[in-house]
Design a protein around this ligand. Structure first.
Ligand code: SF4
Length: 263
């Protein structure tokens, strides 16, 4: 009797395999890097900006005040934040319906930090083939140096990210002074370490598993798209039967289809 393998078992096996992505170059990859630079310049730079002798953007939870450049918001103004979130969600849904996973591909923090961590990995351990080889070799001084260097760089980057994130809630310049004199309060230290670890785990170790198993937006994207949505996906009509895209393109052209139709 034939054994039936449930689909979720196959997924579970595939999800446990370590993926070593090959570095690629091209117009979309370059746009992704432009977005990495823009978003990170914004994220790491904004807490250092001053406005009228105070931090320009500060969410002071203790004083229950949000400073946004010239504006000061109080808890009763949360309606503005709620409205902003609703408008952002609707814009995201609209963009997904028209141009697919554009947020995922270019601006989601998970994508941006994974790209940075993979760049570090590439510098420390070499190409995807070298990394695969390194996985299989026993622990030597070289492996220890490469793996250790990569993890050290990831930890430093994660801690700096955690520190910056906390700088949106605790005034950044006094926080830096406390850090330099090693007098950061225990709770602030906890949050820096927490967000540092969060960045390290998500961008260094979990990567696409966050999209597969943790992200709610990833789960319902399918219901926001239709056949006209721009999407990077396997074109069944163009790819099957497996005999080369040129022949299949000719066949599709004869049948009156556009070459790159989505299935
Ligand atoms: S699926 Fe979620 S976590 Fe993954 S890239 Fe898209 S928005 Fe980000």
């Amino acid at each position: 009797m034939q054994k039936i393998i449930p689909i979720h078992s196959v997924d579970a096996v595939a999800a446990s395999d370590k993926i070593h992505a090959r570095s690629i170059d091209g117009i979309f990859s370059r746009w992704r890097w432009i977005m990495v630079w823009l978003t990170q310049a914004f994220f790491y730079g904004v807490p250092w900006l001053n406005w009228s002798s105070r931090q320009a953007v500060l969410f002071d939870l203790e004083a229950k005040r949000f400073y946004l450049f010239g504006a000061v918001l109080f808890p009763q103004d949360l309606i503005y934040l709620a409205s902003l979130l609703v408008v952002s969600a609707l814009l995201l849904f609209f963009a997904t319906a028209v141009v697919g996973r554009v947020w995922c591909g270019f601006a989601c923090p998970q994508t941006v930090y994974t790209a940075i961590f993979m760049w570090v990995e590439n510098k420390c351990e070499g190409s995807h083939q070298n990394r695969k080889r390194l996985d299989k070799t026993r622990w030597t001084a070289e492996k220890l140096l490469r793996r250790g260097g990569k993890n050290l760089a990831w930890v430093v980057f994660g801690l700096w990210t955690g520190f910056t994130f906390v700088g949106y809630f605790t005034a950044m310049r006094p926080l830096m002074a406390d850090a330099l004199s090693m007098t950061v309060s225990p709770w602030t230290t906890f949050w820096i370490l927490f967000y540092g670890l969060f960045t390290y785990l998500n961008a260094g170790l979990l990567r696409e598993k966050v999209c597969l198993h943790m992200c709610p937006y990833g789960r319902f994207q399918g219901s926001l798209m239709d056949a006209h949505t721009l999407n990077v996906a396997y074109d069944h009509r163009r790819g099957e039967p497996r005999r080369g895209t040129v022949e299949n393109d000719r066949r599709l052209a004869k049948e009156g289809h556009h070459q790159c139709t989505s299935s």
